[in-house]
Design a protein around this ligand. Structure first.
Ligand code: ISJ
Length: 102
């Protein structure tokens, strides 16, 4: 390899490492954020079970989806992806809420 090609490869490796450090940091934020979100939804599930409320609330979900789609557009994230991601989380929350009621 020439010196120029070596320099180029070293620059690419450094950039890759920097991006991966950012990705790891953001993944940790996502996991801690989700953990915190689930603490609140578990508390909501307990309240719903104690007060005989239904596990899911489609009206609230519709508002959340609309809000998230709007936020996603502003954040340069695919709104369809944001919607699918929130629906995936909500599905898991509702599964937990149903368990509270068993
Ligand atoms: C957490 C709740 O329960 C369910 C889960 C939701 C969520 O994860 O955001 C939203 C609405 C409900 O279907 C709630 O009613 O607020």
């Amino acid at each position: 390899m020439t010196d120029a090609a070596n320099d180029d490869a070293a620059r690419a490796a450094a950039l890759l490492r920097e991006h991966r450090e950012s990705i790891d940091r953001l993944d940790a934020i996502l996991v801690y954020t989700l953990g915190e979100r689930f603490k609140h939804t578990q508390a909501v599930g307990k309240l719903k079970a104690e007060h005989d409320l239904p596990p899911s609330d489609p009206a609230r979900e519709a508002l959340q989806i609309a809000r998230l789609e709007d936020l996603a557009k502003k954040a340069d994230l695919d709104p369809e992806f944001a919607k699918a991601f929130l629906n995936f989380i909500i599905e898991e929350v509702i599964r937990h809420h149903k368990k509270h009621q068993e």
